[in-house]
Design a binder for this molecule. Structure first.
Ligand code: SF4
Length: 400
């Protein structure tokens, strides 16, 4: 509603008037207009077809559209779709519930009509559910039955707490190919700090349940909590590497503006006040000129014992250690369509280059040692003790 108001009335004298304008903050003729937050739950009621981000005007448009990143791909002509809004969890680094308010689910009867349009009229062969957590849909079983009937491939985001072997098998039977699982950590102290509401054991079981069912797990993984140390992060990486994960989506804890993490960080990092114009709370935004352009972009990190540069080295090490191992290569080959293998080979080559750079230039000794060991195919042994061999898993030698 506010977006429609912006698009239709931005240059009109009535701009800012009426219920559609709730939630819009703006400055006009020197006057600041600040609105209280407004939540829109029309997802539950707007008639079909209603789906997100349809960029295609015709069948040829989407056929010629650039393909998705290989690790997200579920079909040749995917459609992004959202049928829930917000999340019942309250993770400290996340702002979804601040933006969207309470959880809203689109009724399955309306989703069925959306799918008729997406599949039958537009010819899409796969769906990417962009919901924060699809498993929180109020009619999840009915939704799974609908997806099974429509015989379409799909992927979604999910929390570990809702995943059981039965649920994973049900999802696979309904066409699920990939799940982005918001695991975040295998250290209970960090999960508790993030108020994740999950345990390390839940995370492990969810990953195994999905993998056993044949669903590729994209693992959301965060390092750099305030209490993290070099040893705790290395131990967490080792725990992560034991698990049957398809793709690692790593990040460094970010005090995202507006989140609980941001409010926490403001107490310990006074410089965060510089994010707003003139030290105010207006126009808060990342400031790369102050906090650097490395991840997290334009923001400081919050870990007390490691610098942003050191955390970036560990983040790179986690990814290289994950991708440059035989079990990842085997899983990626098995769960990816053959026409993606060339792209995947390039990905592995890029990770090899990352590991080589780490092995030569990382400021942390242990990162240089581990990166060299990863390249040698014998992780966790000091570089001086291992012979140099081909750095790339055999399955991904380019041109092989
Ligand atoms: S489970 Fe995911 S979407 Fe929900 S609050 Fe946590 S990070 Fe945000």
């Amino acid at each position: 509603m506010p977006l429609r108001h912006l698009l239709t009335r931005l240059f009109d004298a009535s701009f800012g008037d009426g219920p559609d304008a709730r939630g819009i903050c703006y400055q006009l003729d020197g006057h600041l207009h600040v609105s209280a937050p407004a939540f829109d739950s029309s997802l539950a009621t707007i008639p079909a077809p209603a789906f997100a981000y349809d960029l295609s005007q015709s069948r040829s448009d989407f056929i010629n559209r650039p393909q998705d990143r290989w690790w997200k791909a579920t079909g040749k002509h995917p459609q992004i779709y959202v049928c829930t809004q917000s999340c019942r969890a309250r993770c400290t680094f996340c702002s979804t519930y601040l933006i969207h308010g309470r959880l809203v689910s689109r009724p399955v009867a309306l989703i069925a009509q959306d799918l008729d349009f997406i599949i039958d009229e537009h010819g899409h062969d796969s769906l990417q559910f962009f919901d924060d957590d699809l498993l929180q849909h109020d009619e999840l079983d009915a939704l799974m039955e609908l997806l099974q009937r429509r015989r379409i491939a799909w992927s979604c985001n999910a929390r570990a707490e809702f995943m059981t072997p039965e649920r994973a098998r049900q999802m696979f039977g309904a066409g699920c190919k990939k799940v982005f699982l918001g695991v975040e950590s295998f250290d209970q102290r960090s999960l508790d700090y993030y108020r994740k509401g999950t345990t390390v054991e839940m995370n492990r079981q969810a990953i195994h349940a999905l993998d056993d069912a044949g669903i590729a797990v994209v693992c959301g993984y965060i390092i750099g909590a305030p209490h993290d140390t070099l040893d705790s992060i290395l131990a967490d990486i080792d725990r992560m590497l034991e698990l049957p994960i398809f793709f690692l989506s790593g990040s460094i804890l970010t005090p995202d503006i507006g989140s609980v993490e941001f409010l926490r960080a403001r107490k310990t990092i006074p410089a965060l006040r510089l994010l707003g114009d003139g030290g105010s709370d207006f126009n808060l935004k990342p400031r790369p000129e102050l906090f650097g352009a490395g991840p997290p972009y334009g923001l400081p990190t919050v870990c007390t014992s490691l610098s942003k540069a050191e955390l970036n080295e560990l983040y790179e090490l986690a990814e290289c250690s994950f991708f440059l191992r035989e079990s990842t290569a085997e899983r990626v080959t098995r769960l990816s369509p053959p026409d993606q293998l060339e792209l995947i080979a390039e990905w592995f080559q890029w990770n090899t280059a990352r590991a080589e750079k780490l092995a030569q230039t990382a400021r942390l000794d242990i990162v240089r040692e581990r990166a060299a060991a990863v390249l040698s195919g014998q992780p966790h042994r000091p570089a001086s003790q291992v012979p140099a061999v081909s750095p790339l898993p055999a399955a991904f030698e380019l041109g092989a």
